[in-house]
Write a protein that binds this ligand. Structure first.
Ligand code: ZN
Ligand code: ZN
Length: 123
């Protein structure tokens, strides 16, 4: 097992096969014989990005689905962002801060409106 693959299983052992951000059920693409780009393929996400001094220690890692992992990387508001994007980034920042505080079911802390914004995503 490669170390990333092993980590995926270790994280799943603690938190179950679910995306830390949206709660989507995840699978190990490697073991299920699915492409890593499958929407339900578990990816390992750094709560604090390596670029910001985050480490590869298990307590800085969570399982995330591909879309959330990518969105998180892109959650900074770009120049010329639309109102929708700014709204989304704000909700996203709240969600990621809940996750980094170790809140178990972060989605339960989001208001219905915030959930709607997250679900809609950034067009
Ligand atoms: Zn997700
Ligand atoms: Zn596996």
């Amino acid at each position: 097992m490669s170390s990333m693959h092993k980590r995926r299983h270790t994280l799943a052992l603690n938190d179950g096969w679910a995306c830390a951000y949206c709660g989507r059920a995840l699978v190990c693409a490697h073991c299920e014989g699915k492409p890593e780009t499958d929407i339900n393929a578990a990816t390992v996400d750094h709560k604090v990005a390596r670029a910001q001094g985050g480490t590869d220690a298990l307590d800085n890692l969570v399982l995330a689905c591909g879309p959330c992992n990518r969105l998180k990387g892109a959650h900074a508001v770009p120049e010329g962002a639309t109102q929708a994007h700014i709204r989304y980034a704000r909700v996203w920042a709240k969600l990621t801060s809940l996750v980094s505080q170790g809140v178990r079911d972060p989605m339960s802390k989001m208001t219905p409106r915030e959930k709607k914004i997250l679900k809609k995503g950034v067009a």
